[in-house]
Design a protein around this ligand. Structure first.
Ligand code: 5AD
Ligand code: SF4
Length: 349
């Protein structure tokens, strides 16, 4: 597909044409992956973050956030709960912390989850920018996947969204390191950011292609009132609809272009529409990540306005997820790790 073809698809406004785009992407997903959905249990282990991204609700500069950190026992308990409930894949996510204490905390947790589940869990980390040595230690401990969103692949747009000491180059360097350490590498962007054009989104898709990304986690930008970027923005119905649609079109275009990668239908879609997650699956996504974080902590992890499921227990959110996925005509791959096929294909080359 050419850039102008991608631009045309992302700019579609006729509902029938948009529906046809989703259908095409869904067909490619069926061909390359099947009519099935991989699940990962998401554990938000801490909202402490050293970064101050202009769009994010848990940025270090937001003094209104009560900071928390989940204990090792609580993480382990949740991981074992997930294992019992036939999850074979977990994501450990937190704000960015760089310290020896944090590195060894994660290292031990990963080791222990692997040991206690008979290596039955595919572990994904989403813990921001770290040194090569840290990434290596976590890989050696048993983590096999890492998510690090580039957020905006255009260096100039990236600079507008972050304070001066947040470096685009450092972030891409991290993606290279993760690749060299043989992680399945995930990345992604926010969609519908202020100042972002269709051209930027095409560049984002090309970035995933150029970096040969295995897993994509991207979602619509949703303003948060206590951030420089989101202050004073009102979430009208029209704005929600626009953000949701653009997010879905990006999923569809990513599927058409990248074919065999894992693509998540993210929580931000669900925040914009109760049916957002299913819509993501029908537009070509094949992964969902139900939140398993203890509800006592959920409200502390509010990245954007209206984050869903803040008071829903894990049991309840699992049931809701199963129902919604089945209603979309898809089968959940319980007990399967759901590794990225793209990762194995690139190893065959
Ligand atoms: N809207 C949507 N996504 C956001 N993120 C952070 N803030 C927002 C927001 N306001 C996303 C970023 C980050 C991920 C954890 O959450 O892409 O990588
Ligand atoms: Fe921290 Fe990530 Fe939020 Fe940036 S987007 S402030 S790195 S949690």
């Amino acid at each position: 597909m050419t850039d102008s073809e991608l631009e045309r698809l992302l700019a579609l406004s006729d509902p029938a044409a948009i529906a046809a785009l989703y259908d095409d992407a869904y067909r490619v997903k069926m061909e390359c992956i099947g009519k099935c959905v991989s699940i990962r249990g998401l554990i938000e282990i801490s909202n402490i973050c050293r970064k101050n991204c202009y769009y994010c609700g848990i940025r270090s500069g937001n003094g209104k956030v009560a900071r928390f950190r989940i204990s090792r026992e609580e993480i382990l308990e949740t991981a074992l709960w997930a294992h019992r409930h036939r999850f074979a894949s977990l994501v450990l996510q937190s704000g960015e912390v760089a310290s020896e204490a944090f590195t060894s905390f994660i290292e031990e947790i990963v080791r222990e989850i692997c040991a206690r589940t008979g290596n039955g869990m595919g572990i994904t980390l989403s813990l921001g920018e770290q040194t090569r040595e840290t990434y290596r230690r976590w890989r050696d401990a048993g983590a096999t996947r890492y998510l690090l969103r580039i957020e905006a692949s255009d260096p100039e747009l990236y600079r507008r969204l972050h304070p001066a000491d947040h470096s685009y180059e450092a972030r891409t360097e991290c993606l290279h390191m993760l690749r060299e350490l043989d992680y399945q590498v995930g990345s992604g962007v926010m969609i519908g950011l202020p100042g972002q054009t269709i051209r930027h989104l095409v560049k984002d898709l090309r970035f995933f292609q150029a970096y040969d990304i295995d897993m994509i986690g991207m979602g619509p930008y949703i303003p948060h009132e206590d951030t420089p970027l989101g202050a004073g923005m009102t979430l009208t119905e029209e704005y929600r609809k626009h953000q949701l649609e653009l997010g879905l079109k990006m999923i569809a275009c990513a599927r058409l272009l990248l074919r065999d990668v894992n693509i998540a239908s993210t929580t931000a879609l669900q925040a914009l529409d109760p049916k957002g997650r299913e819509l993501g699956l029908l537009a070509g996504a094949n992964v969902i990540m139900p939140n398993l974080t203890d509800t006592a902590y959920r409200s502390g992890y509010r990245l954007y306005a209206g984050k869903p499921g803040l008071d829903e227990s894990s049991e309840r959110s699992l049931e809701a997820m199963s129902r919604s996925v089945e209603s979309a005509g898809e089968t959940i791959l319980w007990g399967a790790r759901g590794d990225s096929r793209h990762y194995f294909r690139r190893h065959e080359k």
